[in-house]
Design a protein. Structure first.
Ligand code: LLP
Length: 410
């Protein structure tokens, strides 16, 4: 998003024009920003066979998924409908990985039928997998993130308590026993860990621990480092230098492959890194009011459309497209849901009046995909800007959408 002639533009289209054309609230995705992030992610890797699998849970719009397909990514999925969408968009089954957690084995069976790569994260499903397929279908093993967090000691305990994900390190012998019992073809090792890791050095020390474990598995084709790479959202918090990470990992992975005796693929499953900063929630300021000493700025959206501030205390930069350079004032920015619904408390923003267009940045990942119709409000439309052209890629909900599954009895 660029500031030109006192107003914000997405690929040279004034945000106010987008608001006028499509109405607010509105989600807008900028494909140039997606491409920039993907290029940056790939930049540091020069010798290894890097495969980026877009974690589409972050933003499950099929036009965005198609854009990423055209950029040569694969897909990371966590449910059967995500796989279905991926196949509809044109991803090859082989380029789709299914990394669910806590699912019934029948889902894994269906995913096998759909021909996608299977990632299993508990011993119980691994045993069932062995019983059903023996070694005929390759399987990837998801290990618990404590591996890569171990260098970050105060976080380790937290991980243990929080993490329902992956198979624990002290169960590697159990995995090996199942491998032997069913002649499993374990072709991948997966960890998803990186959001607690801020420096390439710590990441690398975690990666080395993974490489040591990988040496115990003879049939590997890839190692998957998951997603979780943070993106700079402008809150001043440190983010990992992905180019430097790429360079260091490229080197270490090559060393590992040499030791392993074969060139393996190196997988990542970024979601937010690719689409987080490419998305904007465009709203209109509809109410200005003062209660006590607080200046409230009410917009025509709410946590039903962007839940991250309320759910995680997440920071989203806010801008006024109608008065971009106005004098700064302190506001508490709220939504229209009938309970506490804060987007930001005591935020300095250019003076804002009713009717102004208010933009929430970094809303591409886990924005629309976590939206609901709470308070019986319509989910916003989604627009994708590609090659300077804005196209509607999902229409706004309507009343029929809201009630279509209800059965009125009595
Ligand atoms: N791979 C696996 C196995 C995952 O569990 C996730 C995300 C990803 C990849 C993608 O992670 P990313 O690169 O997008 O961080 N709703 C939260 C984020 C939940 C992430 C869950 N797993 C939020 O709004 O921040």
């Amino acid at each position: 998003m660029k500031l030109q002639n006192n107003t914000y533009h997405i690929q040279n289209i004034p945000v106010e024009n987008l608001a006028k054309e499509f109405g607010t609230p509105l989600y807008v995705y900028d494909t140039e920003v997606i491409k920039e992030h993907l290029d940056r992610f790939r930049e540091g890797f020069s010798s290894v066979d890097l495969r980026v699998k877009y974690a589409c849970k972050a933003l499950t719009n099929m036009s965005v998924m198609k854009f990423l397909l055209k950029q040569g990514t694969g897909l990371d999925t966590v449910s059967l409908p995500e796989i279905q969408m991926g196949l509809t968009v044109g991803f090859q089954p082989n380029d789709i990985v299914f990394t669910p957690n806590c699912v019934d084995f029948s889902e894994i069976e269906q995913a096998v039928e759909m021909g996608v790569k299977i990632n299993i994260e508990n011993l119980s499903n691994l045993e069932k997998f062995g019983q059903k397929y023996n070694g005929s279908v390759p399987v990837c093993i998801r290990l618990n993130p404590q591996i890569a967090a171990q260098a970050n000691s105060e976080k380790v305990d937290w991980w243990h308590k929080q993490s329902k994900f992956g198979i624990s390190l002290d169960q590697i012998d159990d995995i090996k026993a199942l491998e032997k019992k069913y002649d499993l073809t374990i072709d991948g090792i997966h960890i998803h860990s990186s959001s607690v890791i801020m420096s390439p050095e710590i990441f690398i020390s975690g990666a080395k621990a993974v490489f040591n474990i990988a040496m115990r598995f003879e049939k590997l084709a890839f190692i998957d480092f998951g997603g979780g790479i943070k993106v700079d959202v402008g809150d001043g918090n440190e983010v990992i230098d992905v180019i430097e990470l790429g360079k260091q990992l490229d080197q270490e992975f090559s060393v590992f492959c040499e030791k392993y005796g074969r060139k393996l693929e190196l997988w990542f499953e970024p979601g937010r890194y690719l689409v987080g900063n490419a998305g904007y929630l465009i709203t209109t300021c509809v109410v200005r009011k003062r209660n006590g000493g607080t200046e409230f700025l009410g917009v025509d959206s709410g946590f039903n459309q962007l839940i991250r501030p309320m759910m995680y205390g997440a920071y989203h930069e806010i801008h006024n497209a109608s008065n971009a350079n106005g004098a700064l004032k302190k506001y508490t920015v709220v939504g229209n849901i009938c309970e506490i619904d804060n987007f930001a408390i005591d935020r300095m923003l250019p003076e804002t009046k009713e009717g102004d267009i208010v933009i929430f940045k970094s809303a591409g990942a886990y924005g629309y995909s976590m939206a609901s119709t709470y308070n019986s409000r319509f989910r916003p439309p989604e627009v994708m800007v590609e090659g300077g052209q804005a196209r509607l890629v999902r229409r706004r909900d309507n009343y029929e959408d809201l009630v279509k599954n209800q059965i009125l009895v009595g």
